[in-house]
Design a protein around this ligand. Sequence first.
Ligand SMILES: [Zn+2]
Length: 408
Amino acid sequence: MTPTSLRIAAAAALATALLSAQAPGRQKRSVTDAEVQRVHKSTLLLDAHNDVTSATVAGMDIGKSNPDHMTDIPRMKAGGMGAQIFAVYVSGSYVEGNHAANRTLQMIDTVRHDIIAMHPNDFMFAGTVADIRRAHSQHKIAALLGIEGGHSIEDSPRLLRDFYDLGVRYMTLTHSNSNHWADSSGDTNKPNNGLSPLGKEIVAEMNRIGMIVDISHVSDKTFYDALEVSKAPIFASHSSCRALSPAPRNMTDEMIAALGKKHGVVQINFACDFLNPDVFAENEKTRASTVQLRDELMKKYATDPDGLQKAFRESRTAAGATKRATLADVVKHINHVVQIAGIDSVGLGSDFDGIDCAPEGLDSVDKWPNLTKALLEEGYTAADIRKIYGENFLRVLSEVERVSKSSH
Ligand SMILES: [Zn+2]
């Protein structure tokens, strides 16, 4: 780019950022607590990504209140949650020695056994839109499973089908590591130039069996390849907007617009550095040493999930982190997606218990009503909020179900 075109691009980016501070076409107003409660209760609040499973698999009881974590049943109930997609997260380190599928099965088991089966009065397994609505009508939290990291299937469509049969309804095509068929945004090694021929076959098989294609974590090229190949809408289970904070796995405005055109949804991630550019800049200074330290801590505290959370928090403070995102940043990201792709294209994917900094005012699963209040104050209607909180995701899942049924 020439210096002039750079300046024009910078001015355009700034104008976009300023505009997105306001909800498009909506008027700010004051609201009462009674209205907040009434609207909040009218939603089916679905969070598309929660990593408390990394703690439950190591022995944490989600049924007991546990302030060392962001998630437990008493706070999920206080927050008025209707559905939670639990992350079946498998670190890329399990690829070595082919342990990824084994770990995936253990993570599926912690959702099905430790979370759902051990707490039948609170959770109900859900594999379809109808299941989610049924759980909600019975005042239980619908519990769904999403695999995070395509290396889980060890390059085998057979394992993909097995995991579907065990209840998995989305798969993030990569984690921070590129695999043998899809490139990641978090890996300098990009051997597939997006999706390889096998990667395209895997997306087609996901369409056929009815599993949602998740593009959080993938490289930009993988995103565009998946969007082109998939016959059903795809989604980002936990990503935010790159125009507002330059985290490489946030989505550009072009990606958000393209996703919206194909009826997909961006579920906003609450990591402080994904939400706020000042936090991102601060984290960048210590990123290399923090990543190494986190790996060491995860090994050291492999069977002590509470100790691990404490150590994570202490390491963040020790690294000199002073800044934090706020609830207002979350609203800005929602506004931004609405402005680019419309109210049908945005949802929630907190990443609670997978992030070590969550925004002030929205830092655990009981705080959701604060977001309802902020969105009402921003001028969003109850119908808008119901879309953001769950109806947009449910539309994607029902479309994925329809494509699957029509291809058998
Ligand atoms: Zn993630």
